[in-house]
Ligand binder design. Structure first.
Ligand code: G
Ligand code: G
Ligand code: MN
Ligand code: NA
Length: 254
């Protein structure tokens, strides 16, 4: 409850931050995309976990307001750093079910991108499989608007709960992000390793680009790369970083 009113103040005063976690392409040998992740700091309690404030915000209109604020923040950052945009293919933004089912929200997000003079195709929206499960007319309509505008869709957290063929087929995803929980045990248990490898093969055979999330160790990296995964997001390469640190991490690599 205390966090709820703190959230309200943070929204009114635009006090959220955006961190960026770069995604590495093994084939290209460099970072090719970024995921924007919201951060919030309480003056006395310290950092509030995104799981906590996103969860609370999703219970009301707050999540849509947060989505619009963060969209502006990301656009402002990109506009100020054109050199980053030349290096990176797109930026991934997380969207919640509730905000997508709100009528007019998709159009407002696209409107912000255009207002900043940026290309919609420079963005990719991440939707969690739980979202895709709570399938609705308004969700598919929002997805169609995004695709029409040239915005790509990524199925987030695949394997964390509701992974099945229907979830994958429901919306026009171009990319699928394998949840970090799927990596647990791949180095120790051949069956778990086979499972991960098979999911990668199945999704790639269906035409999806696959991202391995949560890669932390050289051993994990070695395995997923042998299994044909090109896109790697994880602490092995980089944690989520504040804007300035992200710029030096991505631009220094050339
Ligand atoms: O780094 P991490 O703890 O940031 O993120 C936790 C979860 O919070 C992620 O699964 C991510 O999808 C979600 N998340 C982070 N930022 C945002 C945001 O701005 N909007 C939405 N809807 N979800 C977010
Ligand atoms: O939206 P999503 O749940 O995909 O957000 C990614 C989450 O995964 C963020 O909370 C981010 O901080 C976290 N994450 C990214 N890479 C790693 C990693 O290598 N290890 C762990 N433990 N978490 C990671
Ligand atoms: Mn995500
Ligand atoms: Na995820």
């Amino acid at each position: 409850q205390e966090i709820e009113s703190f959230l309200e103040t943070a929204l009114e005063q635009d006090r959220f931050e955006v961190y960026y976690q770069p995604v590495y392409s093994l084939r290209k040998g460099g970072y090719v995309t970024l995921e924007a992740l919201s951060r919030l700091r309480h003056p006395t309690l310290g950092p509030v976990a995104p799981e906590v404030f996103i969860g609370i915000a999703e219970k009301s209109d707050q999540i849509a307001r947060l989505g619009l604020l963060q969209m502006r923040r990301v656009c402002r950052f990109l506009k100020e750093h054109r050199e980053l945009m030349e290096q990176i293919q797109n930026v991934k933004i997380n969207l919640s079910p509730t905000e997508l089912m709100k009528s007019g929200h998709a159009g407002r997000l696209i409107g912000i991108i255009r207002e900043f003079g940026l290309k919609p195709s420079y963005f990719q929206f991440e939707i969690t499989e739980t979202v895709a499960t709570e399938y609705s007319e308004s969700l598919s309509q929002a997805a169609a608007e995004f695709v029409e505008a040239g915005i790509g869709l990524c199925l987030d957290d695949f394997g964390a709960g509701y992974a099945n063929l229907n979830t994958v087929l429901k919306l026009p995803f171009s990319e699928i992000k394998l949840d970090k929980s799927l990596l647990v045990g791949i180095c120790e248990d051949d069956r778990i390793a086979s499972f991960y490898q098979s999911i990668v093969a199945a999704l790639q055979n269906m035409g999806y680009a696959v991202i391995a999330e949560g890669v932390e160790t050289p051993k994990e990296l070695g395995l997923v790369s042998r299994w044909g995964v090109d896109l790697i997001q994880g602490y092995y390469f980089s944690r989520p970083l504040p804007g300035e640190a992200l710029l030096s991490a991505v631009l220094d690599r050339e």
